[in-house]
Design a binder for this molecule. Structure first.
Ligand SMILES: Cc1cc2nc3c(=O)[nH]c(=O)nc-3n(C[C@H](O)[C@H](O)[C@H](O)COP(=O)(O)OP(=O)(O)OC[C@H]3O[C@@H](n4cnc5c(N)ncnc54)[C@H](O)[C@@H]3O)c2cc1C
Length: 393
């Protein structure tokens, strides 16, 4: 016997969970499947999470409309008022929130408590059935529905399936949607550190010949470190003792925040560029990293995902009871709404990652001149502040 729904969401990460919550007031019956999370959802973490993200003011507003932002512990969020970008040859660029007309450029906060609050909300929703942990096995598209067979044999049917299952999306592959991509041959090492000098709400970023280093301000004397370095260097840095690692990290940023001590264990993530060939197909749509994965140097991955969710939930939630939410015309409206921004942001970020990875001395000189020139042009500061705050120029 098939269990029938209107919508099946595969993946209950930040994007998939936010989509379920955004459809709270809709008439849609939703199935949410995740193969790594156990119902009733991730526990509220006691200590600090190593996964720290920069959330744009637009993402904060979106989460506020879902009633999630205000449920977060605001003592564990830090507003970024200024950003300093350093080149590898002395170039430097500073910009401020007021350049973009915003109170802050971004909010820096943990991933785990946000995921916890999203799941708290969706498991209380009358219109969501959670299948977690559960793994999808087959995907069958019919004229008027899709079937997802789970590994335990249950069959779920719906008018539409949404892939929110991350960069290696099972649904994208099961539906035969190709993806363009390349590895950066880099790992992002992340850790929370304590600094001896105050960060003053400044996010600092260095484009160095051995990779990109970011220090993102957290409440008190904490910072989140994101150090994207070539694979070989990453292995060596991960093998260092905590004290040696902290010393290397402090030196890499010219000891701008004094000395560091480790607050959370280090973790490393391999970095890849990925762009799905299309984000909709008959009875299927992709959101978040399933649609586009981006280098973390711009700090916009999940912000793009939340924009996808907003666009898709807006269309699905507004569909009348007589409308078929899996109909291609409706899904194409979603694809059109999301055609431009992820494309621009992905390729701008990719170009920056490649520009600063290039070891040619002439290119090195030019990129530092570029930073200095941008620093002297108020319009550039304004554009960059807007890029940081909104993910759009
Ligand atoms: C080092 C680093 C720093 C970053 N910093 C930032 C930042 O500052 N700002 C920002 O906006 N973004 C940042 N990002 C990007 C951000 O992590 C991603 O964009 C975001 O996690 C994507 O969320 P998602 O829900 O789309 O996918 P995921 O987080 O990958 O979630 C996918 C979900 O699907 C589930 N799943 C997977 N496969 C299956 C399957 N077959 N069946 C069922 N369920 C499945 C998984 O269990 C998971 O719950 C960073 C990324 C990295 C690596």
């Amino acid at each position: 016997m098939n269990e029938k729904f209107d919508l099946i969401i595969i993946g209950g990460g930040l994007a998939g969970a936010a989509l379920a919550v955004a459809l709270r007031g809709s008439r849609l019956a939703i199935a949410l499947i995740d193969n790594a999370i156990s119902a009733p959802g991730p526990l509220k973490p006691a200590g600090w999470d190593t996964r720290i993200y920069a959330y744009t003011p637009a993402s904060a507003r979106f989460l506020q409309t879902l009633g999630i932002w205000d449920r977060l512990d605001h003592d564990r969020l830090c507003a970024v008022e200024r950003m300093q970008v350093h080149g590898d040859g002395g170039g430097r660029l500073d910009f401020e929130a007021r350049d973009s007309g915003c109170a802050e450029l971004a909010w820096i906060g943990e991933s785990a408590p946000l995921l916890h609050e999203l799941w708290e909300s969706l498991t209380r929703q009358h219109n969501v059935a959670v299948f977690a942990p559960a793994a999808p096995k087959t995907f069958t598209r019919r004229d008027a529905s899709v079937d997802i067979t789970l590994e335990d044999g249950r069959i779920l049917s719906a008018a539409l399936a949404v892939g929110a299952d991350g960069r290696d999306s099972w649904l994208r592959q099961a539906a035969g949607i190709g993806a363009h991509g390349h590895s950066y041959s880099q790992q992002a090492i992340v850790a929370n550190l304590r600094a001896t000098a105050p960060h003053q709400g400044i996010a600092r970023q260095w484009f160095r010949t051995d990779g990109t280093l970011a220090w993102l301000p957290l409440p008190g004397d904490r910072i989140s470190l994101v150090w994207s370095v070539p694979d070989g260097i990453a292995a060596t840095r991960m093998a260092l003792s905590d004290d040696d690692f902290c010393q290397r990290a402090a030196e890499a940023g010219g000891r701008a925040l004094g000395d560091f001590a480790i607050e959370t264990p280090r973790a490393a993530f391999d970095l890849r560029f990925m762009r799905a060939e299309r984000i909709v197909a008959p009875r299927l749509a992709l959101v978040g990293d399933a649609a586009h994965a981006i280098h973390p140097l711009s700090g916009h991955g999940i912000n793009l995902g939340f924009q996808d969710v907003q666009a898709l939930a807006g269309l699905l939630g507004a569909a009348g009871s007589w409308e078929d939410i899996g109909e291609h015309a409706l899904l194409r409206r979603y694809a059109r709404a999301r055609a431009e921004e992820p494309f621009l942001l992905q390729y701008t970020t990719d170009a920056l990652a490649r520009l600063f990875a290039c070891r040619n001395p002439l290119v090195a000189k030019l990129r530092n001149m570029g930073l200095d020139l941008a620093a002297r042009l108020p319009v550039a500061a304004k554009l960059l502040a807007r890029y940081a705050a909104n993910g759009a120029f």
